[in-house]
Design a protein around this ligand. Structure first.
Ligand code: NAP
Length: 312
């Protein structure tokens, strides 16, 4: 029997990915939606999760696709009712909220899944296995996109807790924390804040892994022209390049055979929902907070520089 699912926060990612993937999934049946303004055809609609939980007790799981601030409140509500929870990335606005949710899910004995969609990008598994037995000498993340193209009018991104350029940048961190064989920690950071905004619009980060290899990241939200979501890793056995957000992989400049699924519009969210279903079936949770921890470290340690005011 498919798990009866409610979706919360019907915005861009809910429409682009969650709704079509759920509709095509045999594991889930969408029965309800909660959004202050938007509605989903063919299911019961509510303006808040609290209303949904009261009026639709058949809901067994929810996907929270709202912005990160406030998401933990919804997650706590759902977990307290014994409802499984999928969190969009970043899982919560703070690390403490995330830890509280882990404890709440354990207490309620339900599944909590902090999803990282970029970890399901088609070339990521091959990159992870290629790197597993190699010594990393250094890595470079280049995540440069145009916020006006990808997040038009999303003022929440630059509000406190919205993470600014780390909203996409955390996707890069979710990949490198998954594929690099050694853990790493932030050593220095420089964050550029527009005069009229609370979130950074660009960031330069320097990490070091436990064996001393440097990992640099350049994140830019004002990049026009060719958009770049690239990760390069120098190893004792050659150079790995993951490009297009983890869709393509090259070794020493030679593009590797395209992996099955590359280029499909829902290549990341199909396996993401399959994983959520498997977690529910196994009675397990999956909450890796490492990418969020690195972002928190950048806000703690980063030098702040002023950038020109930004308007969409
Ligand atoms: P979005 O287009 O702004 O949609 C979020 C929806 O949440 C809004 O349409 C809004 O619907 C609802 N909402 C509830 N409280 C809100 C608040 N305080 N401020 C703004 N909206 C609020 O955002 P999104 O791009 O879908 O991103 C949502 C989450 O998914 C973020 O954490 C983001 O990082 C993640 N994500 C986004 C993408 C992407 O490509 N955009 C990709 C992967 C993951 P109502 O007004 O109807 O309540």
């Amino acid at each position: 029997m498919p798990v009866k699912l409610g979706i919360v926060g019907v915005g861009k990612i809910a429409r682009d990915q969650h709704l079509p993937v759920i509709a095509a999934s045999g594991d889930f049946e969408l029965v309800a939606a909660a959004s202050r303004h938007a509605q989903v055809d063919g299911v019961r609609n509510f303006t808040s999760l609290a209303e949904m939980l009261d009026a639709a007790p058949e809901v067994e799981a929810v996907s929270l696709c709202t912005p990160p601030v406030g998401r933990a409140d919804d997650a706590r509500r759902a977990l307290a009712r014994g409802v499984h929870v999928l969190l969009e990335k970043p899982p919560t606005a703070t690390l403490s909220e995330a830890h509280e949710l882990v404890a709440a899910a354990e207490a309620a004995q339900v599944t909590l899944y902090a999803s990282w969609h970029s970890r399901f990008a088609p070339a990521v598994p091959a990159a992870r296995s290629w790197l597993r037995d190699r010594a990393v000498r250094g890595a470079r993340i280049t995540w440069m996109e145009d916020v006006r193209v990808w997040h038009p009018g999303q003022d929440w991104i630059f509000a406190p807790g919205g993470l600014g350029v780390f909203d996409p940048g955390i996707n890069a961190l979710s990949i490198v924390t998954h594929i690099l064989p050694q853990p790493f920690a932030l050593r220095a950071a420089r964050l550029a804040f527009p005069a009229n905004r609370q979130g950074p619009i660009a960031a330069e980060l320097s990490f070091q892994d436990v064996l001393g290899a440097p990992i640099a990241a350049e994140l830019d939200f004002l990049h026009t022209g060719v958009q770049r979501w690239d990760i390069e890793v120098e190893t004792d056995g050659g150079r790995l390049t993951l490009s297009k957000g983890g869709t393509e992989m090259a070794i020493d400049g030679e593009v590797q055979p395209v992996v099955p699924g590359a280029g499909r519009p829902h290549a990341e969210y199909e396996p993401l929902y399959a994983h959520f279903a498997a977690l529910i079936a196994a009675g397990r949770s999956d909450v890796d907070l490492t990418p969020l921890r690195h972002v928190a470290d950048a806000f703690m340690l980063g030098e702040r520089v002023a950038a020109p005011a930004f308007d969409f």
